[in-house]
Every structure is written in C-alpha cells, then in structure tokens.
Design a protein around this ligand. Structure first.
Ligand SMILES: [Zn+2]
Length: 384
C-alpha cells in the first residue's frame, strides 16, 4: 500500500502547480502538508512545522510513510486550488516571497496565509494597508551604535515617515516615503527582524537600522511602507501599469561586500571599504553599518563613458583581484576578495551600465551632491 502511495505522490508533484513550492515557488518540493493539501520546499516545510500541527501537518514525500487518506487529501486539493483559497485577496503591495527572499518575510507570508488567514479576511490587513501606522522600533544610534526605542509614525497622506526621540517633542527626522528604500538587514545587524532604511539627506544617502522583537510587527512596517509607496505612485502616475509601479516600491541590494579601493591618485594605497550597490548608486563605507557612505558613485550608461573591466591601467598598483570602474570623471581602481567575487562584481556592474536610465535614475543622479574633485572637474559623487 505504502509503495503505491509513493508512486501516486511522485506523479502528483509532476503536475503544474505542484512542481513548485506552494509558498515560495522553489522547484521540486520535497514535502507536503497533508491537512492543507499542498506541496512545499524544505525551508517552507520547516516554517509549517513551527506553526504547529493544529495549522499544518507536514511529511516528507519519500522518507515518511503516507496513509491513503493523506494522499487523497493532497490529490484533491493541490497547490493551484489551495492558492485560489488562501491567496484570494493578497493586496498588490504585498511582497510575495521567491526562494531567495529573507527568512522573516517567508515566515510571515506563510503565517499570514494559513495561521492568520489574512488573504481570506482582508480586514485583517488593516495593519499595513490603511496608510497610517505608528509604534516603537529599536533604532541604532548614529554615534553610540546602541539600539534605543524610538517612536515611528508613517503617514501616507503626508508622504512622511517620522521618528521621535521623545514622544511629545518634534520629530528627530522626517523622511519622504516616496524617496526612501527599505530592505531586510539580518546579516548586517545580527537581528533577524531588522530593516535598513536608506534615504537622501542634503545630497547624500543616509542609512538607519531598526528592529523589533516581533517578526510580524517588523514585516508590517515593511509592508506598510510598500503600500504607502504604491498608493502614492498610483496617484502620481495614473497611466502606469501596476506591475511597473510594483517594481519600484522597495529594492534589495543586488550586491554588498568588502572591496579594496585606491584614492583619486593611482599612487594611493588600497583601503578596505564596504561597498553597497543600490540601483545605479554604488556606495562605499568604512564600516558596513555606517550612517553615511564615504562616497557614492552614480553608475550611468556604457554609452556615456562608463565601463568596468578586469585589471588596472598600466603602471597602477595591482592588488590581487583588481578591476577598474571608469566614469567620465575618474577611474576607480578596486580589488575583490577572490576571483569569483571579482567576476560577480564586474558582471553585476556591467548589467547596470547596459541598462538605459529611467527618469527616476536621472533624479537620483541630480540629487547626489556635486563636488569638485582633486582634478578640478565636476563629479557626480560626494567624497567625504
Ligand atoms: Zn518554499
């Protein structure tokens, strides 16, 4: 009996819908939830287990023994039917996780679907779709690097995200929702439920880091920012397609890591810097969690004199895995930590340089402070 059940399961996961994880889309799921009736990947199965057997009962497709009734259930439901029910009313601003998504996002997506049933009962989404949110988050101090509770207030109507040091006093900072980016930052902060919020201040980028003990709360803040951004974009660009607007809400950094970099003169020695690629902005910092980058390089188009190539110009110092980023103003001599890392940086920068500029890109370029470089030419990067 068990043998024939095994064969049925093998046939079932070949079916469209069932051949990808019901929750994150990873191909070839190895588990199933036999009460919900869906096929899921190893990571999502772990999250299903955490919710408890009263929500989801998970088994490995090959290593566990399956009862006839359990096989019948997954055959009757399956991923496509389950999605129609559990994802009936997902708000468009919601970030549906893919297999690379941060753990906290995947976890909260799964809990929202099956534990809280937020997408069957839209009134349960009010936390993040209403356009207003306030509450305390732990914010990392710019000077002392310690976390302090700060009151945050998000208002879609005003296009602002404010935070207060003292609850009844004026806000310490007012961020424009339409101009900020937010990304989960578990690796950098060491807190699973943390966010990095980046915004422009006086011509350069500023980063702040926040966390909350409750993963649902931090995810709601993330979603509330996305929802407010989407609603404002829909008003500003009534003719734009929703998918176009959704791609502009929040962006994870395509790549971050340490590189060695020389100063403006080619004789300068190489210094270790933390590089962050954010859209067309390549920022470098002394420390990964610095509040401000030391410098920001705007990556234009290859047709405008930008290019990236392996090695350094003749006569310049070569430090291991070097490569050169040329901008119309200056050549940046950089060095990666390994050959693989160098190739990855070059490929990812190359991809940006080959992409045409959008009007938003032009706006970013014009907002980055233009300062005189050592050579006396105008440059689109700040050098602090
Ligand atoms: Zn999954």
């Amino acid at each position: 009996m068990a043998d024939s059940n095994g064969k049925i399961l093998v046939e079932l996961i070949k079916k469209p819908g069932n051949n990808k994880c019901a929750d994150c889309g990873l191909k070839n799921p190895e588990y199933a939830s036999y009460n919900i009736g869906i096929f899921v990947c190893t990571r999502c199965a772990g999250i299903h287990r955490l919710m408890g057997a009263h929500i989801s009962k998970v088994k490995h497709l090959k290593l566990d023994r399956w009862e006839d009734s359990q096989v019948t259930r997954v055959r009757e439901v399956g991923n496509i039917t389950a999605r129609q029910y559990y994802e009936e009313r997902v708000p468009s601003c919601y970030r549906r996780p893919n297999p690379d998504a941060p753990q906290v996002l995947v976890e909260q997506w799964i809990r929202a679907k099956y534990e809280r049933e937020e997408f069957c009962h839209p009134e349960r989404q009010n936390q993040y779709v209403s356009g207003y949110m306030e509450g305390f988050l732990m914010k990392r101090g710019k000077e002392d690097s310690r976390y302090h509770p700060r009151k945050f207030v998000l208002s879609e109507v005003d296009d602002t995200l404010k935070y207060h040091v003292k609850e009844n006093k004026d806000p310490k900072a007012i961020l424009r929702i339409s101009e900020l980016n937010v990304a989960f930052a578990p690796q950098k902060t060491g807190h699973q439920n943390s966010l990095q919020i980046s915004f422009m201040k006086e011509g350069s980028t500023r980063h702040i880091y926040v966390y909350h003990e409750d993963p649902e709360v931090i995810t709601n803040w993330y979603l509330a920012i996305r929802c407010a951004k989407l609603h404002r974009l829909q008003v500003a660009y009534p003719g734009a397609s929703e998918s176009e607007l959704l791609s502009q809400l929040t962006k994870d950094f395509p790549k971050e890591g340490f590189l060695w970099k020389t100063g403006p003169r080619q004789s300068d020695s190489y210094k270790k810097r933390w590089f962050t690629l954010d859209g067309r902005k390549l920022m470098y910092h002394d420390d990964p969690m610095d509040a401000h980058p030391k410098g920001e390089i705007f990556l234009g188009c290859s047709s405008e004199g930008f290019n990236v190539k392996i090695g350094v110009p003749p006569g310049a110092k070569n430090q291991g895995f070097s490569f050169t980023l040329e901008t119309p103003e200056r050549s940046f001599l950089l060095s990666a930590q390994s050959e693989d890392d160098r190739i990855h940086w070059i490929n990812i920068i190359q991809k940006v340089l080959e992409t045409p500029l959008t009007p938003q890109d032009v706006a970013v370029a014009s907002r980055l402070v233009r300062k005189r470089t050592a050579s006396g030419t105008m440059s689109i990067f700040s050098t602090r």
